[in-house]
Each structure stands twice: as C-alpha cells, then as structure tokens.
Design a protein around this ligand. Structure first.
Ligand SMILES: Cc1cc2nc3c(=O)[nH]c(=O)nc-3n(C[C@H](O)[C@H](O)[C@H](O)COP(=O)(O)O)c2cc1C
Length: 230
C-alpha cells in the first residue's frame, strides 16, 4: 500500500502478473469514484468504464484470443502509435530498450522468437491474470480533448489503486481488436475504446515482478524560464 501521493507515484509500475484473489465490487466502485474527480475539459467527464470480472471477462478473453490467432487482422480506430518502422528518435531507442528489458532480460525471449513474443503478448487479453479488467471508452467528439481527459482519469485510477494496495497495467493492446470489444460490450458508435486496464494484486513471486523502467532526468525534458526563486 502507498501511504502518500509520492509513494503511490514511486511504486506504481505496469504489473503484468497478478494473483487470482478477487477485488470486491465496492472497492472497484470506490476507486472509480476517486478517478472521476479528475479534471476534464469544461467538466465534460467524457469517460465510460466497462468493468469485467468472472464469466464475462473470460468470454471476452476467448473472443480476443480467437481474433489474435485467427487472421490476426488488426483494425485500429485511431492512430494510437506509428508503425514500428516509423518511430522517430528519441522514442525509437526508448521503445527498443523497453522491448529488450521486458522480453530479453526479464522473460528470456529472444528478439527473433516470434512464437515466444506472441505467447507473452496474448496475456494482454486475459489482463495478465488480473481478476478485474477495465475497458475505458470516451466520446468520439471532441476526440483530442477527450483523450487527454482519459489519460488523467487513468493515472488517477492507477494511483488510487496503489493507495489501496492494488496494482494495475494500462493496456493499449485492446485497441487492435476494438470490433470484438464493441460486439461484446455493446459500445455505441459515438464512443471509441481508449485503453484497457488490468486491476488486482501483483504476483510478487513472478519473474515479471522484477521488471523496472528508467526515466529521463528532469533536465532532459524541462526548460525553465525565469529565476530560481520563482
Ligand atoms: C496508454 C498506455 C498503454 C499501454 N499499453 C500497454 C499494453 O498494451 N501492454 C503492456 O504490457 N503495457 C502497456 N503499457 C505500459 C507501458 O509499457 C509502461 O507504462 C511503460 O513501459 C513504463 O513502465 P511503467 O508503467 O512500469 O512505469 C501502456 C501504457 C500506457 C500509458
């Protein structure tokens, strides 16, 4: 559990291995109510959350695995990220280092081991074993503002979870098969899927629990204008 905001920020990480232990619905509702305190453009609150547990979650996972292992055709509704060859520096290098640290160094999966990589990737669709899977959607119009608001909502939810001793993993992987989500969750056309989020208790025994990501120092992404005492 994180007692302070600082501790929640420092201990939050993307957890990719969970214990099956359930999270009571009242607790999920409490965390969502806290996340809904997030700022949003003109207080639009453009988010809608689908909470999946038990059988509905299992059925969604099955359908997503079928889509992944079927023709695997990916249908992206909005350009969340460039194609692998189109990434530019410094993001290209950071992305490569992240992939190496997760797949090669933590999981022992080589870069050319396509099957091994797919084996890990497919775990996204069972929310890495978390007992609760969330799918976040926002209104399609105005999209840019709603996406910013969704980011604030997600971060607030992840920090509230940490304060409650829970862990999370934000998951854009779900965007690849948004038609499956639309069908299963009856998501109307005027909303788009932004992200999934695994929620539960981290499995600290799993080798994935060793994975950590570095950050650029403040000087690397900040320009101060004005004197030091301001
Ligand atoms: C919007 C968003 C989508 C993400 N999608 C995925 C995903 O689909 N699968 C995954 O394993 N991690 C996903 N991540 C986690 C990032 O890889 C992770 O946040 C980043 O490497 C930094 O590591 P940390 O969260 O442990 O600090 C996502 C993160 C964000 C913010």
């Amino acid at each position: 559990m994180a007692a302070t905001v600082e501790e929640a920020l420092l201990t939050r990480r993307s957890v990719r291995a969970f214990r099956p232990e359930p999270v009571p619905r009242a607790e999920v509702e409490r965390l969502l109510a806290l996340a809904a305190r997030s700022a949003s453009n003109s207080n639009c609150q453009p988010w809608h959350v689908h909470v999946l547990t038990g059988e509905p979650k299992r059925r969604l996972t099955e359908a997503l695995w079928q889509a992944l292992h079927g023709d695997g055709r990916v249908e992206r509704e909005f350009p969340y990220q460039p194609a692998p060859e189109d990434w530019e520096e410094p993001f290209r290098s950071r992305r490569r280092k992240f992939g190496e640290s997760l797949y090669r160094d933590t999981l022992g999966i080589a870069a050319d081991d396509t099957e091994g990589r797919l084996g890990h990737h497919r775990r996204n669709y069972d929310f890495f074993g978390a007992p609760v899977g969330l799918i976040l959607t926002v209104s399609r119009r105005p999209l840019a503002g709603a996406l910013v608001d969704a980011g604030l909502f997600l971060q607030a939810l992840m920090l509230a979870a940490r304060h409650a001793g829970l862990d999370t993993c934000p998951q854009a992987s779900f965007l690849d098969f948004h038609p499956v989500l639309r069908r299963h969750l009856a998501i109307p056309d005027d909303r788009i899927v932004v992200c999934g989020l695994a929620l539960g208790h981290a499995d600290h025994e799993h080798r994935l629990s060793r994975h950590r990501t570095p950050r650029e120092p403040v000087a690397g992404f900040t320009t101060f204008h004005g004197d030091e005492s301001a």
